[in-house]
Design a protein. Structure first.
Length: 157
């Protein structure tokens, strides 16, 4: 099941608040979400996040997430993000019962959680999809292109 971007972002923020993910800056959050989307697509053949990434200068970005957290700059995110629904502003989270989603989130943290946002940005610039398809064009990155990062750079999955 694909979740709203903010629900998956809040799952990473929850892990950071629990002390399991250090220095969660907005850039780091974007890149961790990117890897979570890739791995979930690779393992389950469906997206984890119901949104798409765009090719920005410092790597893949979900614009709505960028705007939600940009006021943090390079500082650590300490509050959940919200989105507006018919019920008002909601700080949604991936349900604890979704073992597949939490397994991917925790594996991405295990593999990439100690990297900085800048280091993760460099990692996202490696591999065939970024280099061969034009880099930071501002264009959307189709979900079916995402698993190519794993194939191109041998990233753990």
């Amino acid at each position: 099941m694909a979740y709203p971007t903010m629900a998956v972002a809040n799952a990473f923020i929850q892990r950071a608040r629990d002390g399991k993910l250090p220095d969660l800056s907005p850039m780091k959050l974007q890149k961790l979400l990117f890897f979570a989307q890739i791995w979930y697509l690779k393992w389950h053949d469906e997206p984890l996040i119901d949104d798409i990434f765009f090719r920005w200068q410092h790597g893949p970005v979900i614009p709505s997430l960028y705007h939600e957290f940009k006021h943090y700059g390079a500082k650590t995110i300490d509050q959940f993000g919200t989105f507006v629904s018919p019920k008002g502003a909601i700080a949604a989270l991936v349900p604890q019962g979704d073992k597949d989603a939490w397994e991917v989130i925790d594996e991405v943290i295990r593999a990439y959680g100690d990297y900085s946002g800048w280091q993760l940005s460099l990692i996202t610039h490696e591999g065939a999809p970024w280099g061969k398809e034009g880099g930071p064009t501002g264009e959307p990155i189709p979900n079916n292109d995402l698993p190519k990062w794993i194939e191109a750079d041998g990233a753990a999955a």
